[in-house]
Design a protein around this ligand. Structure first.
Ligand code: PNS
Length: 171
């Protein structure tokens, strides 16, 4: 069984990530989209929300599962019996850090192969950082994140307290 892990912060998931998921699922039998839980880094969306968004997007995709992990990716990949890591490369500027990460992962786990995939050209300028920036200032993020998530992500970015209040049932 060919298993790949697609790790990332997904803060939040973008159309570029979604494009990559659709490409990667064609190559493997099982695709684990793994959201990094990094308590040392503040994220705009908490772990549960980031996982929820991805699950909402992928629940109809039979080969795809969404999980979260912390610690070293190579350890998690081993635990999940994955042979491949999927990473997206949008532009040359992504390459250096991705190359370093791939080589480090290879040093840590020689059998784990990193596969780089390119999203559609139209998503080459799309990043979670820009989604946060544009959405946080009230800009239109349709065309940057999957259509079914536009409203929820926009609302949360415009009003970060909405998440808290809806969880507490006071929103
Ligand atoms: O979406 P991102 O933030 O570019 O994803 C980065 C990620 C999650 C792939 C990377 O930070 C990672 O794998 N972190 C886990 C810790 C780890 O294994 N570090 C060594 C890799 S060089």
């Amino acid at each position: 069984m060919r298993t790949a892990i697609y790790p990332g912060s997904f803060d939040p998931v973008t159309l570029g990530h979604w494009d990559l998921i659709l490409r990667a699922e064609k190559l493997v039998d099982r695709l684990i989209v793994a959201v990094l839980h990094n308590p040392g880094k503040t994220s705009a969306f908490d772990l549960a929300e980031r996982v929820d968004f991805l699950r909402e997007l992928t629940w109809t995709r039979a080969k795809v599962e969404v999980t979260s992990f912390h610690g070293l990716l190579v350890n998690y990949a081993q635990k999940m019996d994955a042979q491949f890591i999927i990473r997206g490369v949008r532009a040359f500027s992504d390459f250096e850090s991705e190359f370093q990460m791939a080589l480090m992962n290879r040093k840590l786990s020689a059998d784990l192969e990193t596969m780089f995939l390119m999203p559609k050209e139209e998503f080459s300028m799309v990043s979670s950082r820009l989604v946060r920036e544009v959405g946080g200032m009230g800009g239109d993020i349709s065309g940057l994140v999957p259509e079914i998530l536009v409203e929820r992500i926009s609302a949360r970015l415009r009003d970060p307290l909405e998440c808290l209040s809806s969880r507490l049932g006071i929103g």
